[in-house]
Design a protein around this ligand. Structure first.
Ligand code: C5P
Length: 399
């Protein structure tokens, strides 16, 4: 999807500028052309030589470089790419963009372009939270500038908070979404996936056999239709897909917190195999054997994340899809689950061990919605995901 597309990458002068080298490399692996522009400050953090070597392109640095103007004027440079990406976008660059300044090559290109602009901010948490920066961000958002991040985390300056440059796969995901004209463009979809691990003590946990394969395939299929996907995953075997926003969790309660924080979204697909129970009180040190005496384990029920979102009065997604992994009376159980939890659709599947579905590469599902049960033939989990993503796209784009 990114293959053959071209990006004008404006690298701002922040400590995260070195990460733009990894971004260039990954974008080129995807078959994209990346034409780099360095601000004066960026040259203090990365050298034009390394940027040029990785992009295999001339690096544009100066507005008044006559050779560049002879080869390609700045107006043309600002319009030749399919998308302009600013990464890292410093507070200074955001300020210039919001004010419409054009006093160097980067700001002039940003003012002259007729293409979409995606910015990935990176700065100290105080600078990000400053009223001036937040005002600029609001202005830029209302001007139609696209944002990815910033993320929260430890900063190079030793502080902690919002302001870290988004991870490379997240930036690539945002680029993909900006360049995709799929039916789910501009839609935000949450997908939960994988098992959860519920600690018994610091070394033992309760888990299940979910590999995360079906949830991962669904996230990829939704991404391919242009959705911005928030992927909340437990400790799964299948690695998360590229180009989606990944939030890793361990326990059901952490998953619920991540899901609640992701709201509002247009649709939510709950493919995770969430543990129904956790230890009421996980031991803080390893439980020891005591001459044959068995440990007393007492359980507490985990929150039902799907039911919580389906029944929420505030911010309920337009479409909520649950899964029902059953070993008996699949359709009957799944239909009553749909009513009990209050979701719109249930994807029901038979996970008796002899089906080989749990942990395998195929799935045989029945899509249950209000009053109908649509039996799909057994097919690969990728095909199930594609079919489901198409149904979701149809539902969300219905007039
Ligand atoms: O009740 P049961 O676990 O069979 O329901 C399965 C569906 O509910 C799945 O979509 C699963 O992701 C979701 N679920 C949840 N939170 C739980 C239990 C299940 O979101 N605590």
């Amino acid at each position: 999807m990114l293959h053959g597309k071209s990006i004008l990458l404006i690298i701002g002068g922040g400590i995260a500028a070195f990460k733009s080298l990894e971004l260039i490399r990954r974008l080129r692996e995807e078959g994209m052309r990346v034409v780099p522009v360095l601000t004066k400050a960026a040259e203090k953090f990365v050298t034009p030589l390394s940027v040029s070597a990785l992009s295999a392109e001339k690096v544009y640095r100066d507005l008044f470089d006559l050779t560049d103007e002879a080869e390609m004027g700045h107006i043309e440079l600002s319009r030749a790419a399919d998308l302009i990406v600013v990464a890292p976008a410093t507070a200074d660059l955001l300020g210039k963009m919001a004010a419409g300044l054009a006093n160097d090559l980067a700001s002039t290109l940003l003012l002259a372009t007729d293409k979409s602009v995606l910015v990935a901010p990176s700065m100290n948490v105080r600078m990000w939270e400053h009223a001036a920066t937040q005002r600029n961000v609001e202005t830029l958002k209302s001007d139609g500038i696209l944002f990815v991040g910033p993320d929260e985390g430890a900063m190079a300056c030793g502080e902690f908070g919002l302001g870290r440059l988004s991870e490379t796969p997240d930036i690539i995901g945002a680029i993909r979404a900006a360049l995709t004209d799929g039916p789910l463009k501009d839609k935000q979809i949450l997908v939960t996936s994988g098992p959860t691990h519920e600690p018994i003590d610091p070394v033992r946990y309760i888990a299940n056999r979910s590999s995360g394969a079906q949830g991962t395939a669904i996230a990829s299929a939704l991404r391919d239709l242009g959705a911005e996907v928030i992927f909340v995953t437990g400790p799964a075997d299948t690695p998360p897909p590229l180009g989606v926003h990944v939030i890793k969790v361990e326990t059901a309660r952490e998953m619920k917190e991540a899901v609640d924080a992701a709201m509002p979204v247009d649709a939510a697909v709950f493919a995770a195999a969430v543990a129904d129970w956790r230890m009421a009180m996980p031991a803080t040190s390893k439980i020891k054997k005591k001459n044959g005496a068995l440990p007393e384990l007492s359980f507490a029920e985990n929150p039902d994340i799907l039911a919580g979102v389906s029944q929420s009065k505030k911010n309920r997604p337009k479409l909520v899809v649950g899964f029902a992994a059953e070993t008996d009376n699949v359709i009957e159980n799944a239909t009553s689950k749909l009513a009990r939890k209050g979701c719109d659709w249930i994807v029901a599947n038979d996970v008796r061990p002899e089906t080989g579905i749990m942990g395998g590469s195929e799935n045989a599902v029945t899509l249950i919605s209000n009053g109908s049960a649509d039996v799909w033939p057994r097919m690969g989990k990728t095909e199930v995901a594609r079919k489901l993503a198409e149904r979701i796209a149809k539902e969300l784009t219905k007039p």
